[in-house]
Design a protein around this ligand. Structure first.
Ligand code: 13P
Ligand code: SF4
Length: 313
């Protein structure tokens, strides 16, 4: 796409937002062009909270499917649009609601904590959701002797298990195709080249990557840490979309993306987040479609688990 085209598209999108009383919520992993037309940019927790606080008629979610679904669960009276409904998430896809119900039935008396990267059907089977920002707080809010099921991300689950020392936690075996791919060998080589750099890591990464981190947190947590740290250089071990916001906020600092194992695959990019484009945002606003529509009974059950999370933050 040339620069002229993308600025024309951005102008058209701004006009449609005004005409239709619409807001665009975008995740940090979308492309810089998409981030530039967003009214709110954030991590998955901030965007869920923002969805319920804004009073626009239309919420267009520039992110993956589970994020738009979460907005619809919280705002059933609003039209929630998803520009690319095929934009899934490897974690949400690893956890089918029917299989999860069968898994849950094997552990009577266990409470279910689910990462928000799940379908609405899995959220409906969940006692309390969490995001990577608040997973520790959510798990610590439950009595230490309460057995837990944690899904679907085994890496986030084992990280929280290690922090809390909880033994009574069973994990669903899911993972993210982006965060599982970082190479320890290449990360250590990068650290040797940049000895003063701090290593910032998303908790969806494997345990051996998390172990070498100076800071572990959600996308919003990583951004805050880079701002308050005295360091000038950071090795960033999460999806590469976040680099645009890092460089915008802290132009005096240097951000070095950690390479995935196979450097020819660009797999430190989430292929789902990159399916959201200015073209499909424009078409979605023009047509007011595709729209997220949910079964009311499932929506209500899912809402309880998300509201339980928001009450804790
Ligand atoms: P955040 O909770 O940091 O926004 O992460 C969401 C996500 O999908 C990470 O891969
Ligand atoms: Fe899902 Fe991974 Fe993409 Fe995040 S980066 S949306 S966890 S596939």
């Amino acid at each position: 796409m040339n620069v002229e085209n993308s600025s024309d598209l951005a102008r058209r999108i701004e006009a449609l937002k005004r005409e239709k009383n619409a807001v665009i919520l975008a995740h940090y992993y979308t492309t810089p062009e998409v981030q530039a037309v967003a009214d709110f940019l954030g991590d998955s927790l901030a965007l869920s909270i923002q969805a319920q606080q804004c009073d626009a008629r239309i919420i267009l979610f520039a992110g993956v499917h589970f994020m738009a679904e979460t907005a619809k669960v919280l705002c059933p009276d609003r039209k929630v649009l998803i520009p690319c409904p095929e934009a899934g998430c490897s974690l949400a896809e690893s956890c089918d609601a029917g299989d999860f119900a069968a898994f849950k039935a094997r552990y009577p008396g266990y409470k279910v904590v689910s990462y928000v990267n799940t379908t609405v059907g899995v959220k409906a089977l969940t006692d309390i959701c969490c995001t990577s920002s608040n997973a520790l707080k959510v798990v610590e809010s439950l009595p230490a002797d309460q057995p837990l099921i944690f899904g679907p991300d085994r890496n986030l689950g084992s990280y929280i298990q290690k922090l809390t020392g909880r033994q009574n936690m069973v994990l669903w075996n899911g993972a993210c195709h982006v965060h599982e791919e970082f190479s320890l060998e290449k990360l250590l080589a990068l650290k040797r080249q940049h000895p003063a750099a701090k290593v910032v890591v998303h908790p969806e990464c494997r345990a051996y990557i998390v172990e070498v981190a100076d800071y572990v947190g959600s996308t919003a947590g990583i951004l805050d840490y880079c701002g308050r740290s005295d360091a000038r250089e950071f090795i960033v071990v999460t999806e590469a979309g976040i680099l645009a916001e890092m460089r915008k906020r802290y132009p005096e600092k240097v951000f070095i993306p950690a390479p995935p194992d196979d450097e020819t695959c660009a797999c430190n990019n989430c292929r789902y987040m990159k399916m959201v484009t200015l073209e499909n945002i424009r078409a979605c606003l023009e047509n007011e479609s595709p729209e997220i529509l949910l079964d009311e009974e499932v929506r209500r059950a899912a809402e309880r688990s998300i509201r339980n999370m928001i009450a804790i933050r």
